[in-house]
Design a protein around this ligand. Structure first.
Ligand code: HAM
Length: 419
């Protein structure tokens, strides 16, 4: 039996990959403008990092991690998200020694053992940013604005930004009690997961799809914010307004990771089915300390690449597809074919995209390939032309034919394609 890809993974094939490259290049270009620099951290880390960072009672750590013992009996996990690894690296490499805020970005695969469906995979990809070293609410707003700008610039329409404040640890401790009191009368009716969340992480009940009917009228954390949290949240909103980023307050927004403090946000897009959250993030003021570094506040986001591509497709956005060939070369006869190999290389060194046949096919089949590649020009070299030091050139779009000297061929076409 042939071997198939694991459930929840995708092969990104030529034809599709160009869209990924387009979205990734836009991400890199945007990060440069906002002064974020790339960081690449390992795809696997010590399991403890995620237990401490993401939180032991989160669904991600409890149920969704790919965890295994390596040959040295160390517990290793494939990263379910990017923030914990970036923060680990920030601490390990003492990036806090730098005078400014560390503004970092990453693009790469993440792994969660979830039930796959449209927009949800076991291996998926995130574009994320992390800004570590400041409590300034203008940084929260900048991060939110970067994500919003990114969606806009790659051509996604109607993105909604939802924001909330999840307070600081003391606000959350008090709120936890309010939430427990609220759910106490219906505790036994809650789903099995939420019965355990009730003790371990009661805020997460608000995010449960099954128990939404019991969440009606639940106290919200914003009602319980202290002065410091309220001021921070108000400033973030002022900055967002100044940045022209429209947002909606969603007091029910709780994120699936434990490290958040103050600002939490999500981006939503309609038209891709039940899973409409295309990105999210927030502030994490205690995480660096929890992971073992000098305490430093941070804020960041991650946008799901697969979901971005789904939305672009659903909205019929114009994404640049496969790049056509500049030149397809055909050699007729052994001597001409030998010359073609050299010419092909010359074209490529001139910066053109060029191709030839590798299967000794007839002229007609080779012309078909040139068509399929949407080549701008086909160069045909036979014994006659070779003798005269020339090559016949056809522009496929217009059908126009001409003869160019072999010595000028690559340079002439390069000048035209560049111009
Ligand atoms: P998250 O909300 O868990 O946050 O994930 C961010 C985005 O990754 C989601 O909005 C979604 O687009 C995408 N995503 C998550 N799980 C899947 C999946 N199974 N299949 C496809 N796409 C998925 C984080 O990961 C945080 N690290 C964000 C952050 C950065 N907070 C601060 N800094």
């Amino acid at each position: 039996m042939s071997i198939q890809k694991p459930k929840g993974t995708q092969d990104l094939l030529p034809g599709e990959i160009e869209k990924w490259q387009y979205v990734e290049s836009k991400a890199r270009e945007l990060c440069q403008r906002f002064n974020y620099r790339e960081i690449r951290t390992p795809v696997f880390e010590h399991t403890e990092l995620f237990q401490r960072g993401v939180g032991e009672t989160t669904d991600i750590v409890e149920k969704e991690m790919y965890t295994f013992l390596d040959k040295g009996d160390r517990s290793i996990s494939l990263r379910p998200e990017g923030t914990a690894g970036v923060v680990r690296s920030y601490v390990e490499n003492k990036l806090y020694g730098e005078p400014d805020v560390s503004k970092l970005y990453y693009v790469g695969p993440m792994f969660r053992y979830e039930q796959p469906q449209s927009g949800r995979y076991r291996q998926f990809h995130q574009f994320g940013i992390e800004a570590i070293g400041s409590v300034d609410p203008s940084l929260d707003a900048e991060v939110i604005a970067l994500g919003y700008t990114f969606y806009r610039e790659i051509g996604i329409k109607d993105v909604t930004v939802e924001i909330n404040s999840v307070g600081n640890p003391s606000v959350r401790a008090a709120y936890r009690e309010h939430i427990q009191q609220f759910f106490a009368p219906v505790k036994d009716q809650l789903c099995k997961d939420c019965q355990s969340r009730y003790e371990r992480n009661p805020m997460r009940i608000l995010d449960c799809k099954i128990d939404q009917k019991y969440c009606e009228g639940a106290p919200t954390i914003v009602e319980h914010l202290d002065e410091e949290c309220r001021t921070h949240f108000a400033r973030v909103q002022q900055y967002l307004t100044a940045l022209g980023v429209p947002f909606r307050l969603n007091p029910r927004l709780v994120r699936g990771l434990d490290y958040y403090t103050h600002t939490a946000f999500e981006y939503k897009a309609a038209g891709i089915g039940a899973i409409d959250t295309i990105g999210g993030g927030g502030r994490y003021n205690g995480l660096v300390g929890q992971i073992g570094g000098q305490d430093q506040p941070g804020v960041g986001l991650a946008l799901g690449m697969e979901r971005i591509l789904l939305v672009l497709q659903a909205q019929g956005a114009d994404i640049p597809a496969e790049k056509p060939l500049d030149v397809y070369l055909i050699g007729l006869g052994e001597a001409a074919e030998t010359r073609i190999v050299g010419l092909l290389h010359e074209l490529r060194l001139e910066g053109l995209t060029a191709e030839k046949d590798y299967q000794s096919r007839k002229l007609k089949a080779q012309m078909k390939s040139a068509d399929r590649y949407k080549a701008a020009y086909v160069g045909i070299l036979g014994d006659n032309e070779l003798e005269k030091g020339e090559i016949a050139v056809k522009a496929l779009a217009t059908g126009e034919q001409e003869t160019l000297s072999l010595s000028e061929f690559a340079r002439t076409l390069a000048a035209r394609q560049r111009g």
